[in-house]
Each structure stands twice: as structure tokens, then as C-alpha cells.
Ligand binder design. Structure first.
Ligand code: NJP
Length: 251
């Protein structure tokens, strides 16, 4: 599989695991993140492991539309375009609705919703102009995009993920109306053991560690395996939404 995939948020966590799996499978993977040094390290690891594909690190702040558009221009010049787009980058600032900061909410909208929408639009354009009819857009959503988490400080985060559910459904309708065979899939995980909880703005590290230690969490590579499963589905199969969570997680 020599196709070109874009993985957003490929520096750590789920995005890094997905990028690694795609490179192992033989794809050319553009992995973007702000901390591009971490993607470079991953690219070197993939190379020394002898994987068939290649990881191309790209530094991009997804909260800046100009940077996203420049990235797509660079991909067009270097690799002709995108065949698979994995919208993975996302973040959560844990702040209740009644006393949260506007900047924190804006940051979640910018990355979780706007960047995902911009990347989707640009990836579709890239597939269309190259007559790629078997492209795939995969959005890494959350169980919080299907049911509100009980903790008040995650309500805004859940709202951005409900938006991802709606956007993926809308995208599928538009793709069908456009009579393409490009597919759109959501993968919605419960708690995954990554740095995610530790990055939550107001979450104290002990609380995050306790969340990971109290149950056997999903691993980033569980999500990567699911991405590979979705991509391996026969062309006539549309996989809409995969919801997956740790057996012991109470939702
Ligand atoms: O998160 P984490 P996960 N511009 O924090 C990047 C969803 N999810 O892998 O820029 C560019 O380890 C960041 O890169 P960097 C979640 O909502 C997770 O767990 O270098 N990139 C890093 O690579 C998200 O959509 C759990 O900081 C930006 C990546 O995003 C996806 O899974 C549960 C960026 C985040 O890595 C991946 O999460 C769930 C920006 N402005 C859903 N901002 C879970 N872990 O429990 C962030 O339900 N990134």
C-alpha cells in the first residue's frame, strides 16, 4: 500500500500509534504536530525497525488555518496529495461550563472541531482533484461524543466531540450526494492510556494517574488496530462509527 496518509497529532499517544501502524503497513505517512521533534524520533524508529513505509514529520499548529493550508500545499508538492486523512489531534481543558475560561473553550473548538473540518475539506479537495475514489477520512472521536461524561469539567469537551459525531454524519451524507466512494468513519474510544489526561489544563496529575490506574485502560495501539481494521474493509463496506471502551469503564 503506497498510499499517502495524513495523521494529525502524530507526536504522541493515539496519533503516534496510528502513524506507526500505517508506516509498518507500507504507507507514506505525513505526521503533523507542534512538537515535530517527537515525530522525527518516531520516524527514525520506524526506519530502524525496517518498516516498509515512511513517516514524514511536519510541524503544524492546527489552531492556525494558514499553517494547515500550507501543510496541504506542501503535501501536494511533495507527495501529490492525501488518500487517507486521520483527524486525530484533540485536547481537553477540564473546566466547568459555569466557570470555564473562554480561551480554553476556543482552543478546544479550534483543534477538535475547526481543524478537523478544515483538514477534511482540504483532504476531500485533494482526493477529488486527483480522482481518488477510494479515499478514507477517519475521525478519532470519543465516547464523550455520544453520551455526556458525568464530570462537570468535561462538558465543553463532550460538546466538541458531539460536534465531531454530527460532522462525520454530515460528511457521509455529502460524500454520498457527491457520488464518490470516499468513506468517512468515526472511532469513538473510552479512556485510553496516553498523556491526554495529564495535559488537561486543570487536572492534577494524581487524579489523572488514578483514573488510569483504577481500571485496565485501552492502549493507543488498540485504537491503531481499529484504524487498520477500518482501512482494510472491502470497498463496498461503510463502517460508520466504532464505539470502544475498557470493559471496566463505567460510562
Ligand atoms: O491525546 P494526547 P490522545 N496543533 O494528548 C496534538 C481522543 N480521545 O492521543 O502539538 C497540532 O496524547 C498533540 O501534538 P503536539 C482525543 O480527544 C482520547 O489520547 O505535539 N497538534 C498530540 O500529538 C483526541 O482527539 C481519549 O502537542 C495538536 C495529540 O494532539 C485523540 O483521541 C479518550 C494541537 C494529542 O495527544 C487523541 O488523543 C477519548 C495543535 N494545536 C478520546 N493540539 C483518551 N486518551 O483517554 C494538540 O474518549 N495536538
Amino acid at each position: 500500500d503506497g498510499r499517502v496518509a495524513l495523521v494529525t497529532g502524530a507526536s504522541v499517544g493515539i496519533g503516534a500509534a496510528v502513524a506507526r501502524a500505517l508506516v509498518q503497513k507500507g504507507m507514506k505517512v505525513v505526521g503533523c504536530a507542534r512538537s515535530v521533534d517527537k515525530v522525527e524520533k518516531l520516524a527514525a524508529e520506524c526506519q530502524s525497525a525496517g518498516y516498509r513505509g515512511t513517516l514524514f514529520p511536519y510541524k503544524c499548529d492546527l489552531s492556525n488555518e494558514e499553517e494547515i493550508l500550507s501543510m496541504f500545499s506542501a503535501i501536494r508538492i511533495l507527495h501529490t496529495g492525501v488518500d487517507v486523512c486521520i483527524n486525530n489531534a484533540g485536547l481537553a481543558h477540564c473546566e466547568p461550563l459555569l466557570c470555564g475560561r473562554t480561551d480554553a473553550w476556543r482552543n478546544m473548538i479550534d483543534v477538535n472541531v475547526l481543524a478537523l473540518s478544515i483538514c477534511t475539506r482540504e483532504a476531500f479537495k485533494s482526493m477529488q482533484e486527483r480522482h481518488i475514489d477510494d479515499g478514507h477520512i477517519i475521525n478519532i472521536n470519543s465516547m464523550g461524543g455520544h453520551r455526556m461524561f458525568p464530570s462537570a469539567d468535561e462538558h465543553f469537551y463532550c460538546a466538541t466531540k458531539y460536534a465531531v459525531t454530527a460532522l462525520t454524519e454530515g460528511l457521509r451524507q455529502e460524500l454520498q450526494e457527491a457520488k464518490t466512494h470516499i468513506r468517512a468513519t468515526c472511532i469513538s474510544p473510552g479512556i485510553v492510556e496516553t498523556e491526554f489526561a495529564f495535559r488537561h489544563h486543570n487536572t492534577d496529575p494524581e487524579r489523572a494517574a488514578a483514573a488510569y490506574e483504577s481500571i485496565k485502560c485501552l492502549k493507543a495501539k488498540d485504537i491503531a488496530s481499529t484504524v487498520m481494521y477500518v482501512l482494510s474493509a472491502p470497498p463496498h463496506v461503510q463502517i460508520g462509527d466504532i464505539q470502544m471502551w475498557p470493559l471496566e469503564q463505567v460510562l
